[in-house]
Design a protein around this ligand. Structure first.
Ligand code: 9Z3
Length: 322
């Protein structure tokens, strides 16, 4: 079936998906971040991470969620920064976050101890970090502080599908000013279905009304205007998630020919930590971690990011003189 025209997707976004109240402020921040880093000779990557939430009622009690822990996005952000990129991290509220992700199993109250007593004169004693977690925390904190001091990470949060769609559009427009120095790494798990604002009940759906029948609309294919219209010079990578390995490559190829972007990273839910297929119009490359590598805490994102940063360099070079 033919894709809807770009202008119709813009129109649907405006009409059917609530615009976040802070959109202009966030767009301004993203523009300033991109301009600053491009002037300093950095490339900028927009990473999307985590799953979108689709409410069933406007005073939301129930919702549909897309599965994603945010691990891929958070982990990739660190490797992009190590490779010299500045990162806009558009992520689901409370999904995994760069650097702190490695401490997410630590209970902060188990990690700290109070020494000394409060004296009632403004002295509360001293809080110290337990020896068991100290080496790990120190290592992560050092890296995190360096990133913060150099302002290499701009975090932006979304929760609902509407917020995600509007913020992605704003990011694409903000990054269009830096042309092919921008990369889009769309790892978020985004719903294909939603209930338009006009059809959504205000109050909690009542079980006393009997079994629930849901009718969901198709979410507009946002990749289409992103590639053609909002950021036409950028290097764009989408992710394809399947549970059936036999259709993975075909689905990735179909996405590339429909949207005409540069790369699809295809993965299967159960094996995503150890296997991905990086597909371009002319190549397909398997990236694999052995079970032993995973036990040794190697991360497949290091290989994904290395593959894509090289491809981005090639993309920029090939455009010189066009
Ligand atoms: C992915 O495929 C990501 O790799 C994962 C990462 C979500 C599997 P985690 O966050 O998992 O580390 O737990 N993201 C894309 C998922 C998606 O919704 N793709 C759509 C599709 O496959 C549209 S591009 O059709």
């Amino acid at each position: 079936m033919a894709e809807p025209r770009i202008s119709s997707i813009d129109g649907r976004l405006a009409e059917e998906f609530a615009v976040p109240s802070h959109i202009e402020e966030v767009k301004g921040k993203m523009s300033a971040f991109a301009t600053h880093h491009a002037a300093a000779g950095h490339r900028v990557v927009l990473i999307t991470s985590g799953g979108t939430k689709v409410p069933l009622e406007s005073r939301t009690v129930r919702f549909l969620d897309n599965f994603s822990s945010g691990s891929r996005g958070a982990c990739s952000a660190e490797y992009f920064i190590e490779s010299g990129y500045a990162v806009i991290f558009l992520h689901r509220h409370r999904s995994l976050y760069p650097y702190t992700r490695t401490l997410s199993t630590i209970n902060i109250l188990d990690a700290l101890q109070v020494r000394g007593e409060a004296d009632g004169a403004g002295n509360f004693g001293e809080v110290v970090v337990n020896q068991q977690v100290l080496p790990n925390i120190t290592k992560v904190l050092k890296k995190y502080q360096e990133v913060k001091d150099n302002r290499l990470l701009l975090p932006i949060e979304f929760t609902t599908l509407s917020e995600y769609l509007h913020l992605l559009k704003a990011a694409a427009q903000a990054l269009s000013t830096i042309g092919n120095k921008a990369m889009f790494y769309l790892a978020a798990a985004v719903s294909d279905f939603y209930i338009p604002a006009s059809e959504m009940p205000e109050h909690k759906i009542q079980s006393s009304d009997g079994p629930l029948q849901l009718s969901l609309n198709m979410v507009p294919k946002i990749l289409s205007p992103l590639v053609k219209d909002w950021a036409p010079q950028a290097f764009v990578i989408s992710f394809k998630l399947e549970t059936d390995a036999t259709i993975l490559l075909e689905k990735a190829r179909r996405a590339l020919s429909t949207y005409r972007h540069q790369v699809v990273v295809a993965n299967i839910l159960d094996s995503r930590r150890g296997y991905v297929l990086v597909v371009t119009p002319s190549t397909q490359t398997e990236l694999i971690l052995a079970q032993e590598d995973i036990q040794n805490k190697l991360e497949i994102e290091e290989r994904i990011v290395s593959n894509l940063t090289s491809a981005h360099s090639k993309f920029i070079t090939e455009q010189v003189g066009l």
